[in-house]
Design a protein around this ligand. Structure first.
Ligand code: DQA
Length: 148
């Protein structure tokens, strides 16, 4: 199946950005692992990162037309602010898993609220870069039971 991995603002800086929160792994390294993990399971993952809310909204809208079966998304700071990105995901109806590298519940109080979690198939927070791989493993399992 077709899978989409979305990353929000400042995640292009992974590796160098506040490593005490986000680790030393770059987004390119994360995406490379996910691409191989998806391919090994017979799926195809595409990747998109943007610092711009409207670009993420448009990418989600396109995902429906592109027949994307599952989305893995780290909305980054938009987690706590973006009704628009939430609405885009709700509009497509494509199931998604929300991933955060850091444990958002162990940080500033404003990070505890997510505009996405109640719509998400699941949420992974605090497991670093491995969180994306765990999300993809879950997606792969879900797609097995969904396939006819
Ligand atoms: C984040 C957590 C957010 O609160 C923050 O704004 C980010 C990254 C994470 O992956 O831990 O940019 O989504």
């Amino acid at each position: 199946a077709e899978l989409l991995v979305l990353n929000g603002p400042n995640l292009n800086l992974l590796g160098a950005r506040e490593p005490q929160h986000y680790g030393r792994t770059t987004l390119a390294e994360i995406n490379d692992r996910l691409a191989r993990q998806a391919q090994a399971a017979g799926h195809r993952a595409t990747f998109f990162q943007s610092n711009a809310e409207h670009e993420l909204v448009e990418r989600v809208q396109q995902a429906a037309a592109a027949g994307v079966a599952f989305i893995i998304i780290n909305p980054a700071a938009f987690t706590h602010t973006s009704v628009a990105l939430r609405d885009a995901l709700a509009a497509t109806g494509i199931p998604f898993i929300e991933v955060h590298l850091s444990n958002v519940h162990a940080r500033e109080p404003f990070r505890r609220h997510s505009y996405f979690s109640d719509l998400a198939a699941g949420v992974i927070s605090g497991l670093g870069a491995q969180g994306y791989e765990l999300a993809l493993a879950a997606v792969i399992e879900k797609l097995k039971t969904q396939d006819p």
